[in-house]
Design a protein around this ligand. Structure first.
Ligand code: MRU
Length: 354
C-alpha cells in the first residue's frame, strides 16, 4: 500500500510532475524543461496545492536559467520568464515565495538554483510531518470521541505538497495512531480535487473515505456526523484570515454553527505577513467553462455567464486553530461567529500574533 506520493521531483535536467489532471483514471508523469510548459502545467493544475506550487516555483527558476543558457537569452528575457512563473497563479503565496527564495542563487547558475529548490522541497516534507504530529495531538486533545470522524475540503495531501500533506498529513498521522474512523472528502467543484485526488490518496493509504458533494458538507456537520474539519490553506493573512479552496468558508460556518473545531493545517511558508487581512488576498478567477461544461458536455444553456472563484476567505474568528510545523496556534477563542480572534500561542516557537 502506498503511504506517500511523489508529486514533484527534479531529474537533473527536468521537473517531473505527477499529472494531477488525469488522476485517478491514470497515473502519468510530465517532464517539464521549459518555462512555457511549466506555466501551462501550473495553470492547468497538473501541479497544484500551495506548498507544491512553492516547490514548482523554486525549480521553475532553475528551468528558466537553464533555458536562458540553452537559448542564449539575455538577463531581461530570463527575468521576464521567471516573473511569468511567479505570476502563473495568484492566490497561493507559496508560489511567489518559492521563486523569491531561490533568486539570490541565479548568478551561480542553474545547478545552484536547483540545489536551493531541492532544499525547499526537503523542508516541505519535514514541515508536513511535523504539522501532522502537532495537528493530530491537538485534535486528540480537543475531540473526545474515538475513533475520529473528520471532514476535509479540496486536497491538502501529499499531492498538494512535496510529500505527506498538511491537512491530510494530520489525517495520516491520526491513521498511524489508529484514530480515524472516517474521512468525509468534499468532492470540490468544479475540478474535483476532493473526489479525484483526496479520495485516491486516502484509498492508497488505506484510510476510510467517503466522498460527498460540497453541498452535503453543512448537513453532515450539523447532523453530528463529524468531530472536526481539517483543511489546508493557500494564504494566511497576518490577522489569521485564511484563503483556501472555494467552499472552505461554508465548511467553516457550519463548524462554527455546530460547535466543532475547524483546524487549518499549513506550514509557516503559507503565512503572508505582508497581507494584513483576508480582503487583500488576490482570489484567482478561473475560466467559466469549468463551471458551464461537464467533460465537454454543456451543463448550462448557451450564453449564460459563470462566476468561478477558485478560493474563498475564512475569517480568523472561524478558524479554531492553525497547525504549523512548530506547533498549534489557537486562532479563535471560541467558534461562534461573534467571537473576536485571539491569537494565542500553543506549542509554537513563533510569536503569538501571526
Ligand atoms: O486550486 P488548487 O487545487 O491548487 O487548490 C488547492 C487548495 O485549495 C489546497 O487546500 C491548499 O493549496 C492547501 S494544499 C496543502
Amino acid at each position: 500500500m502506498t503511504t506517500d506520493v511523489r508529486t514533484i521531483a527534479w531529474t537533473g535536467d527536468a521537473l517531473r510532475l505527477l499529472d494531477q489532471t488525469v488522476l485517478p483514471a491514470r497515473v502519468e508523469h510530465l517532464e517539464v524543461r521549459d518555462v512555457d510548459a511549466l506555466v501551462d502545467a501550473i495553470r492547468r493544475l497538473v501541479v497544484r496545492g500551495a506548498p507544491a506550487l512553492g516547490v514548482a516555483g523554486a525549480f521553475g527558476v532553475a528551468i528558466a536559467v537553464r533555458q536562458a543558457e540553452r537559448e542564449g537569452w539575455d538577463d531581461a528575457a530570463r527575468d521576464a520568464a521567471i516573473a511569468r512563473v511567479r505570476e502563473a497563479r495568484p492566490t497561493a503565496v507559496n508560489l511567489a515565495a518559492g521563486v523569491d527564495r531561490v533568486l539570490p542563487r541565479v548568478p551561480e547558475g542553474a545547478a545552484a538554483v536547483a540545489a536551493e529548490a531541492q532544499a525547499v522541497l526537503d523542508e516541505d516534507v519535514r514541515a508536513n510531518r511535523a504539522i501532522g504530529v502537532h495537528g493530530a495531538d491537538w485534535l486528540e486533545s480537543r475531540c473526545p470521541r474515538r475513533p475520529l470522524r473528520l471532514l476535509t475540503h479540496c486536497n491538502a495531501g501529499a499531492l498538494a505538497t512535496a510529500g505527506w500533506g498538511t491537512a491530510l498529513g494530520v489525517v495520516r498521522e491520526l491513521h498511524v495512531r489508529d484514530r480515524v474512523e472516517m474521512v468525509y472528502a468534499d468532492e470540490t467543484r468544479p475540478l474535483l480535487q476532493g473526489s479525484r485526488l483526496t479520495a485516491w490518496e486516502l484509498r492508497e493509504a488505506g484510510i476510510p473515505c467517503t466522498v460527498q458533494v460540497d453541498a452535503a458538507a453543512a448537513g453532515t456537520i450539523m447532523r453530528g456526523l463529524v468531530d472536526a474539519a481539517v483543511i489546508g490553506a493557500d494564504r494566511i493573512a497576518a490577522n489569521g484570515d485564511t484563503a483556501n479552496k472555494v467552499g472552505s468558508l461554508g465548511v467553516a460556518l457550519a463548524c462554527a454553527a455546530a460547535g466543532i473545531p475547524l483546524l487549518v493545517a499549513a506550514p509557516w511558508s503559507t503565512v503572508d505577513r505582508a497581507t494584513p487581512a483576508g480582503d487583500a488576498v488576490p482570489i484567482e478567477e478561473r475560466p467559466a467553462e469549468e463551471v458551464l461544461a461537464w467533460g465537454g458536455t454543456p451543463a448550462a444553456p448557451d450564453g449564460v455567464q459563470a462566476f468561478n472563484p477558485a478560493f474563498d476567505v475564512t475569517p480568523a474568528r472561524l478558524v479554531t486553530a492553525l497547525a504549523t510545523e512548530t506547533g498549534v496556534l489557537e486562532v479563535a477563542a471560541g467558534v461562534t461567529p461573534a467571537s473576536r480572534p485571539q491569537v494565542r500561542e500553543g506549542a509554537a516557537d513563533r510569536p503569538a500574533r501571526l
